[in-house]
Design a protein. Sequence first.
Length: 253
Amino acid sequence: MKVWHIKARATQTLSGASLCLAAMFGVAAHAETGHQQLHNSVAEFVESFFDANELNPSADRDAEELGRRVEIDISSIDPRLNLSVCEQPLIASMNQTQRPMGRINVKVECQGSAPWTKYVPVSIRVYEKVLVTTRPIARGETLTAADLALVDTEVSLLRYSYMQEPEHAIGMEAKRSLSTNTTIVQEALVAPTLVKRGDAVVLSAKAGTVEIRQQGVAMQSGELGKRINVRNTNSDQIVQAVVTGLGEARVGF
C-alpha cells in the first residue's frame, strides 16, 4: 500500500508587489479550507504516479508521439461536510501498489488535534496507442499489416494484454472471429501452424559441417519452435523434430 505524506497548506500568502497591491485594494490572503486541503492532497497523491508529459501532453507534439495520456477526475466533496483544516501533513494512501487506473478510492488521514479520515473516489482514465482491426477477421485467418491500425484507446477499461507493436501481431492467426475496430489482445492470437498432421515435412539434421535432409510425414501439427513427432519415410522410424518453418523440421543429436 502506497502512503504519501502531503504537507498541509493552511494559507496562500502574497509577497512583494502582490502584497502591496493586496493592501491597496483591501484584498486579504485566503485561508485554504479543509475541503480544498483534502482535494489538493488527493490530486498530489494520484498525480505522483505519473510524469508531467502524461498529465499534460504538449499540444505541439505529433499525435503519433504522444504515447500515454492520463485524465484524472476527483469526485466532488460534499460542501455540507464539516471538515476542519489539518495543521499536520495529510497522509494519503490506497490499497494497491501498482500504478492506479480506473476507479479507485484514496484514503486521506489527518492526525492533527482534530483527527479525521476521508475516502475520496477518483476516476483515472489512461489512453495509449493500441492495435485494432481495420476489417472483420475470420477465425484462423493470418493477420497482415493492412489488417491493423494504432488507435488512441482508454486502456484502463481493457482486461486483457492489449498489443501495441504491429510486428508482434503480423503473421499471427486469430483464435476467434474479430469484428472491425476490435482491440488486439494476446489472448486472441496464436502462432500460425506451420506443419499440419499428415503433411510432408523436410527433415534436416546437422552434425558439425555435415547436414542431412530427408523426407518425412508429420504425425502432429505444430507452430514455429514446437517439438513434434515425424515419421521418416526412408527408415519408417518416428523421430522428434522441432518445427523451423513452413513444412520444415530439424532433428537434434
